[in-house]
Every structure is written in structure tokens, then in C-alpha cells.
Write a new protein. Structure first.
Length: 214
């Protein structure tokens, strides 16, 4: 009844021509899009709830090659035997880096040895873990301390800053924020999904991933 009353009032105040426009607005009110420019709320890019067990691989499918696993190795810069605390995935400069799970950004900035790095705290399958992403160039970190991120969200681009011999992602998993474990094995144990194309963004939106070159 209220809608009918508004339509009658519009006809009295605006005349027959403008009243048709008023009726159209009242019958079909505009829908607001909660997604930022360039995003799309359609599809299956819904952000999982906090504490979700959803895990995704940190680089788009088909864009990377594993070049240095977790564990003892000959350091490519010093030539000495040393323990590698992460997994290195070589990828073209500028390849999209994604958050592996929902979480809160603990650190984003310059970190000795890692160049520019991001640390994100997660709660996955009942366990608190911290993920680390390293060697990004200046200006290619897209999150800040305190930001809430979704699994698959574009957080940075591959670079070669810090102690690095070429573009790659140095990736670590630290249970409870402590000592690192084999991050590649952790991804496999948690059924990490390889994403291609649109990646999950905040608020249930999907945002186009920046294409990495395979």
C-alpha cells in the first residue's frame, strides 16, 4: 500500500511524463554493488568465514616452478651449506601472489634477507599458523598491517628483492608463528587449491588476477 501511495503522489506532483520515471524507480529500485571497481560479486568467489580450512596455492596455476625445497642446501649466493626455511617457486617478475588462507596481516614491509615480505596469521583446521611471502619489489605489496584478507586474495607480486638470484616467491609456513616447517608439504596436506583467473577478494567479491607469465 505504501508503494501505491508514493506512485499516486508522484503522478500528482510531476505530471504524466515524469511520473512514469518515478514509477520505474519505485518498482525497480537500484541495486548497489558492494564490490570495488573492477570486481564482480557473481560466481563462486565468496570469501570463506574466519577460521575456514580453505587453503589455496600462493601462485596461479601454471605460472611457477619449484626451484629450492625446504631443508639443507648449498646457498646459491654464498656457496655454503645452509638450512633453507622456506620453499622457492620461480615465476616471472610481476606474477600474482595470493594469500593461502583467510587471515590477518601481521607484517608488510622490508625484512632483512627477504627483501620486502608479508606475514599473515591464519587459523586453519584448528591450528594457528603464520604464512610468509618474500622477495617482492618496492611498491608491489597490496596489504597493510591489520588488514583482513581472504584465501586467494591478491596481496603482492613476485619480485627479486633481498638475497635473491632471480624472480621467485620464497614461501614459509610457521605453526604458531614459531619455527618454519616444510611449506610445500603443508600445502599438500591441506589440499591447497590451484587458482586460475579470478581470485577471491574481500566481501565475497571476485577480482581479476593479474596474469603471470608461465
Amino acid at each position: 500500500m505504501k508503494k501505491v501511495a508514493w506512485i499516486l503522489l508522484a503522478m500528482l506532483l510531476t505530471g504524466p511524463t515524469l511520473s512514469l520515471l518515478a514509477v520505474a524507480v519505485l518498482v525497480n529500485p537500484a541495486q548497489t554493488n558492494p564490490c570495488p571497481t573492477g570486481a564482480d560479486s557473481s560466481g563462486d568467489g565468496q570469501s570463506p568465514p574466519a577460521g575456514s580450512s580453505q587453503v589455496v596455492f600462493p601462485l596461479p596455476e601454471g605460472t611457477w616452478v619449484l626451484t629450492s625445497p625446504f631443508g639443507w642446501r648449498v646457498d646459491p649466493i654464498s656457496g655454503a651449506r645452509s638450512f633453507h626455511t622456506g620453499t622457492d617457486y620461480a615465476a616471472n617478475d610481476g606474477t600474482t601472489i595470493m594469500a593461502v588462507a583467510d587471515g590477518t596481516v601481521r607484517f608488510a614491509g622490508s625484512m632483512s634477507g627477504y627483501g620486502n615480505a608479508i606475514l599473515i596469521d591464519h587459523h586453519v583446521d584448528g591450528t594457528s599458523v603464520t604464512s610468509l611471502y618474500g622477495h617482492m619489489w618496492d611498491g608491489h605489496l597490496y596489504v597493510h598491517v591489520g588488514d583482513q584478507v581472504a584465501a586467494g586474495q591478491h596481496i603482492a607480486d613476485v619480485g627479486s628483492n633481498g638475497r635473491s638470484t632471480g624472480p621467485h616467491l620464497h614461501f614459509e609456513i610457521r605453526p604458531g608463528g614459531g619455527a618454519a616447517i616444510d611449506s610445500n608439504s603443508w600445502l599438500g596436506q591441506h589440499g591447497a587449491t590451484s587458482l586460475d583467473g579470478a581470485t577471491a577478494g574481500p566481501g565475497g567479491c571476485t577480482v581479476p588476477a593479474q596474469a603471470g607469465i608461465a
